[in-house]
Write a protein that binds this ligand. Structure first.
Ligand SMILES: Nc1ncnc2c1ncn2[C@@H]1O[C@H](COP(=O)(O)OS(=O)(=O)O)[C@@H](OP(=O)(O)O)[C@H]1O
Length: 371
């Protein structure tokens, strides 16, 4: 490069204008040829770092190569793993992904922060079971990234297509898993089939909770948005004195776990579904998270050292991270004081759910002890 510059200077000093014009053309031509040679030598210089090199290679590389490396792997937030990931991403960019339904879809590639992938694991339910807690707790694992909001893709937005869904996902490195949670999936008839069409390998997590407490929690939430709602008993019973429960009321229907599970087992083997106890999630969050990590094939990184019990909230919260930030409890809508329901109604609902609960325990091979 310096050779060409010197050449231009020399010509401009020593030669008359007409000669200078010819000389400059020669210099420009040689400059252009040098550039072509450079491109031929470093065709993929956008990602030149060797996968085995530590980030310090940023300081060792020379010239243009070093500048290109710096623009990627030496960014403060681009770790060595990111740089290696980028190389893989580039390779993958030249191929087409094939979704579970065999529809070829173009990969969404961003050279800076990895790819948006369809979820490997979904928290499919149940509403008011503790789904937000599980997602917020598991996503502190470095190998997990999750969509922040409920996507409702498989129940309300299915017509928008898989690319729309993928677009809602966070960018992940090859080693990271992508997750989302939408609790209504568990009770939506079409969802198991639709998820299995996307990928039969999708891991499913269901956070279950005593169906009676769950129904009261559900009602308390609806009441907070609709203050003139009929009473819980009016909605829960078709005839309370006869003990006739209204199974068509959503707050009741959702708790019939055995019935909903039957639909899932038509599309997924039981081993691909993990059940979290909503009760133990509160008394022993680390224990439940250990099982979730095992199920997802992750190293047990989220442990009891991440939690503390917040007396004011009455729930476990996440401790302040070592680096910065503040302790994190879930929002006000999680852990509300429930509406008081009379003992008789609760007993009647317990009697109603008992056979369904027993069936559910048999199906999953675990007694959740909802008595
Ligand atoms: N750590 C922690 N902090 C706060 N809340 C916790 C926690 N762990 C579990 N739970 C229980 O989560 C219940 C809400 O469940 P979901 O997140 O599934 O609700 S939702 O369906 O997304 O609306 C919520 O229900 P309610 O207590 O009825 O409000 C909680 O009991």
């Amino acid at each position: 490069m310096y050779g060409e510059m010197a050449c231009v200077l020399l010509f401009s000093r020593l030669l008359p204008f007409s000669h200078r014009l010819r000389g400059t053309s020669v210099c420009l031509l040689s400059l252009f040829l040098s550039y072509l040679c450079y491109c031929a030598l470093f065709p993929d210089s956008a990602v030149v770092q060797k996968s085995g090199n530590p980030p310090s290679s940023c300081q060792r590389a020379d010239g243009a190569k070093r500048r290109l490396q710096k623009s990627l792997s030496c960014l403060p937030d681009a770790s060595f793993a990111d740089a290696t990931q980028l190389k893989t991403d580039q390779r993958r960019a030249s191929t087409l992904h094939v979704a579970g339904n065999n529809t070829p879809v173009p990969p969404m590639v961003n050279l800076k922060f990895g790819n948006k992938k369809l979820p490997n694991a979904i928290i499919v339910g149940v509403k008011k079971g503790g789904t937000r807690a599980v997602l917020e707790f598991i996503r502190i694992h470095p190998d997990v990234r999750a969509a922040g909001t409920e996507t409702h893709f498989f129940d309300r937005n299915y017509d928008r297509g898989l690319e729309w869904y993928r677009g809602l996902m966070p960018r992940t490195l090859e080693s990271q898993i992508t997750m989302e949670k939408t609790p209504s999936y568990f009770v939506t008839k079409e969802t198991p089939r639709r998820i299995s069409t996307m990928s039969q390998d999708t891991k499913l997590i269901v956070v279950v909770r005593d169906p009676v407490t769950r129904a009261i929690s559900d009602y308390t939430q609806t009441l907070s948005k609709t203050p003139d709602l009929p009473s819980f008993q009016e909605l829960a019973f078709r005839n309370q004195s006869l003990g006739l429960v209204d199974m068509s009321w959503n707050a009741i229907r959702i708790g019939l776990y055995a019935l909903h599970l039957e639909n899932w087992l038509r599309y997924f083997p039981l081993a691909q579904i993990h059940f979290v106890s909503g009760e133990r999630l509160i008394t022993d969050p680390a224990g439940e998270l250990a099982r979730v990590q095992d199920f997802l094939g992750l190293k047990r990184i989220v442990t009891d050292k991440h939690f503390y019990f917040n007396r004011t909230k009455g729930f476990p919260c996440l401790k302040k991270p070592e680096s910065s930030g503040s302790p994190r409890c879930l929002g006000k809508s999680k852990g509300r004081t429930h509406v008081q329901i009379d003992r008789d109604a609760i007993e009647q609902l317990r009697d109603f759910y008992r056979p369904y609960n027993v069936k559910f325990y048999e199906m999953v091979g675990h007694d959740f002890k909802w008595e």
